[in-house]
Each structure stands twice: as structure tokens, then as C-alpha cells.
Design a protein around this ligand. Sequence first.
Ligand SMILES: Cc1cc2nc3c(=O)[nH]c(=O)nc-3n(C[C@H](O)[C@H](O)[C@H](O)COP(=O)(O)OP(=O)(O)OC[C@H]3O[C@@H](n4cnc5c(N)ncnc54)[C@H](O)[C@@H]3O)c2cc1C
Length: 311
Amino acid sequence: MIDRLSRAVFHTLAGSHTLKRVASRYGMRRPRSFARRFIAGETIDEAIAAARAIEAAGMTQTLDYLGESVGSIASADQATRAYLSLIERIANAGIGRNLSLKLTQLGLTIDRATCVDNLRRILDAATVHEFFVRIDMENSPFTEVTLDVFETIWQQAYRNAGVVLQSYLPRSASDAERMNALGARVRLVKGAYKEPKPVAYQDKRQVDAAFVEIMRVLLAGGNYPAIATHDPAMIAATRAFAAARNIGPDRFEFQMLYGVRRDLQAALTREGFRMRVYVPFGREWFPYFMRRLGERPANVGFVIRSLARER
Ligand SMILES: Cc1cc2nc3c(=O)[nH]c(=O)nc-3n(C[C@H](O)[C@H](O)[C@H](O)COP(=O)(O)OP(=O)(O)OC[C@H]3O[C@@H](n4cnc5c(N)ncnc54)[C@H](O)[C@@H]3O)c2cc1C
């Protein structure tokens, strides 16, 4: 209940222009400003520095140039060019080659064909430099179209891309089978958006039970799935299933978000599990940041403390 309520509150606040203005002014301006807990920085250099630190600690990373729901073809083109230059910069920096992006950032809400073209431009450059590109999953109006676009590029023989499935959507169990049948790489998450009742489970127990069920489907029949969660119960269930089925730690990876449960990231790495950290960066960090607050209202405390220091 609190879970649902807090998501609804933060979803509403995320639409506030005033809050966005205040947050953008204070959130990143000093090394200890509040948004830096979850966002690696506003520039590529800061993201690369964060990625290097993660790799030095024995983990891998995926970089996300933040942005979503762009309002014009020009903005979608700008985001696409940003990804293209990011690919060059990462290749030159010599860090792991893995990106995450959102289709609404590439123009999905404006024109699907333009979005697919933009995605292809990125995947072509990614292929040349041997990158893997994860297409993040957004809110439910985009579920089917995201999977459709993914299947389109898959049919066009792009194999350096993967998708995300959210366990709060009852449909994801069959989508997991659909992706396994293709041989596609799936990242499994619980789901970060505020979704209406007919579309998504509202009860955490149902979301968790579905997560475990889909995790098993992906581990048993999928292609190198990513189990993306900070929930110790989900991690324990994954470990138990992998052990029971003799699925070695090289056949899947855990993923966690930058700044969340760093202790658990380190502990699993020490135990020999693969751990990839999702590293968001860029100036458009406000909606991403608000989703992180909505997941754990206790995070608001550190924002307030940090703002008090700023003033
Ligand atoms: C690598 C990665 C990629 C993701 N990609 C997507 C995507 O494409 N689409 C999408 O909808 N969602 C995505 N998510 C977010 C996901 O859907 C969840 O909202 C988020 O991971 C929280 O769920 P949880 O599994 O950690 O479990 P929860 O039950 O929410 O949390 C379990 C525990 O984890 C810790 N925790 C969780 N979140 C936070 C936080 N923000 N701050 C501090 N502690 C926290 C707390 O200790 C909490 O008790 C992604 C998550 C990860 C890790």
C-alpha cells in the first residue's frame, strides 16, 4: 500500500516544473549534492570516470545517457547523435562496451519509423565497435511497441541488442517465453512506473512471485539473462535455482543501479557472481531520479539533508 502510494506521489511530483527547476539547480552542483548519489554526473567524462571505478572493483557497467519522451524529431536526432559520440568515446576510453537506452528518447512517441531508424544508426555503430545495447522498458503504453521494434531489428539480424521485462506486468511471463524462443537476451526487473490495476500487479507479493517465476524461465531456457534487482529475497531465489539446476555463474549476471546497495554489489562480486552496474548520466536526470525516490521514500531524508547543506 505504502509502496503504491509513494510511487503515485513521486509520479505526480515528477511532473512539477518548479520542483524540476529547484532540483536541477541544486541536485548536481557540488560533489556531494543529492542527485549524485544516483546519477554519475552530467558529462561523458564523469560517466567514464564512474565506469572505471566500477570496473576497478571487479564489476562491469552499462552507461545510460539519460533522456526520455522527447518532444520533437530534432531532439530524437540529438539523442541519437549523443549515443553515437558516446560509442566513440567509450571505445577510445577502453572501458566495457555496453549501453542502455530508451525508445521514447529516440522519438517513439513522435514517429515509430524515425525511432527505428535512429535505433539502427546506433546499432550499426555499436556493431562496428562490438557494443551490446539494452533497450530499457518504459511504462505500459510502450510495452508491446518496444517488443515489436526489438523483434523488427532482430529479424534484420541485429544480435547486439536485448530487452527488459517487468515482473509487475502479468503479460511478462509469456513475453519471457517469446524472447526465449528468439534467443534474445532479457533483463528482468520488477518495474519502476506507476501502472493502473488492470495492467499491473499492485501487490508486492505478486510482483515478487512473478519475478521468481520469470527468473526461472529465463535461467532455464534463456540467453544469458540479467537478473536486475536489489532485493535479497530475489537474489537468494536466483542463487538457489541456479545451484539446483547446475547453472554456472557465467551463464547469467546480476545487475544493480548506480548508488543502490553498493554493499550487496561488492558482496556478490566477492562471491564470484557477475555484477553489472547501471550508470546513468546526463542533464535530463530528473524523471530517473524521481523514480528512485519513489522506490524508497527514505531516500527523501538524504535529499533534505543535502539541500540543507546547500543553502
Ligand atoms: C540494472 C537495472 C535496470 C533497470 N531497468 C529498468 C527498466 O528498463 N524498466 C523499468 O521499469 N525498471 C527498471 N529498473 C528498476 C526496477 O524496475 C525497480 O524499480 C528497482 O530495481 C527496484 O526494485 P528491486 O528489484 O530492487 O526491489 P524492491 O522490492 O523495490 O527493493 C528491494 C530493496 O532494494 C533496495 N532498493 C531498491 N530501490 C532502491 C532505491 N531506489 N534506493 C535505495 N534502495 C533501494 C532497498 O533496500 C529495498 O528494500 C532497473 C533496475 C536495475 C537494477
